[in-house]
Write a protein that binds this ligand. Structure first.
Ligand code: COA
Length: 271
């Protein structure tokens, strides 16, 4: 991550010392940046995705950049047995898990009319069911007894029915709802469940797919803050939600988008 939060971080550099985070989708993009932000504040981390080679490279780079330990564990969030095994390994390795970031997601542009049944199901399974699988495993393996913090990564696509995004928008709406349900059910166990809804963020696979080439400038002109966001700005919002500055916050969806969802047109490449 080129725009790491440390040099200008408003957070104490060791405020997560001794803590352990498990970040799904942590090998790339926004969730790799979140992992780096957590590690730069003293946290050890586990990153998961389907791609062992990507995880191994990212874990090594994150360790070198932050001086904290990072373990890559291949696991598909759609497969509860793989998710549970990832928590077992995390607990065997680090003895605890304090923070879970549900970031694994899939997306591509496609009109609903030409979306195959399997394509819709695939994105629902990764984003929505994957978030449930990981949250439930976190709860039953550790959080029920020890409390913890869950941060789900959502989106703003479903606020206005973004074209070509029926599949992720529907899945992220489920993630927003799940955030509130789990916050209500698990608050008594000392578990906070919150959600971040990023807007358009630079240097991400999602934006390369959704706003290629010249379309980026067109979109930026529509955003109240006049630019795409930085990965480090999503990391900073995550740090806030898991910090002691947010101990009375649960079940909330924090939109981090420069105001984009209120003014920005949909991703319609032929416009
Ligand atoms: N347009 C339309 N349909 C598409 C598609 C596209 N660009 N890409 C995949 N699909 C369809 C496939 O055709 C398949 O449906 P089918 O069996 O009816 O043909 C279905 O989606 C599943 O695709 P598959 O590649 O088998 O699934 P996967 O689990 O390996 O991949 C995806 C999941 C589809 C989300 C894949 O794009 C992915 O893994 N992306 C990487 C992560 C990512 O998207 N990051 C951005 C997050 S914002």
């Amino acid at each position: 991550m080129s725009d790491a939060p440390t040099p200008h971080s408003v957070f104490r550099p060791d405020f997560l010392a001794g803590k352990v985070a498990l970040v799904t989708g942590g090998g790339t993009g926004i969730c790799r940046g979140i992992t780096e932000g957590l590690m730069r504040h003293g946290c050890r981390a586990v990153i998961t995705s389907r791609k062992a080679d990507v995880l191994a490279k990212s874990a090594a780079e994150l360790e070198a950049a932050t001086g904290q330990r990072c373990l890559g564990i291949p696991a598909d969030v759609r497969k509860p047995d793989e998710v549970e095994a990832a928590f077992d390994r995390t607990l065997a390795e680090f003895g605890r898990v304090d923070i879970v970031i549900n970031g694994a997601a899939g997306n591509f542009l496609a009109p609903a009319a030409s979306l195959s049944y399997n394509a819709f199901r695939t994105v629902m399974e990764i984003d929505a069911i994957g978030t449930f699988n990981v949250s439930k495993a976190a709860f039953s393996k550790y959080f029920r007894e020890h409390g913890g913090n869950i941060v789900n990564i959502s989106a703003t696509l479903h606020y206005r029915g973004t074209p070509l995004q029926t599949h992720p928008g529907s899945a992220k709406a489920a993630v927003d709802a799940m955030t509130r349900h789990l916050a209500v059910e698990w608050g008594g166990a000392g578990i906070r469940v919150n959600c971040i809804a990023p807007g358009p963020i630079d240097d991400t696979e999602g934006m390369k797919r959704l706003a290629p080439g010249d379309t980026k400038r067109k979109f930026e002109q529509q955003i109240p803050l006049g630019r795409f966001g930085r990965i480090s700005e999503i990391a900073d919002a995550t740090l806030f939600l898991v910090s002691d500055a947010a101990t009375y916050i649960t079940g909330t969806v924090l939109v981090v988008d420069g105001g984009a969802w209120m003014t920005m047109g949909g991703f319609v490449p032929w416009e």
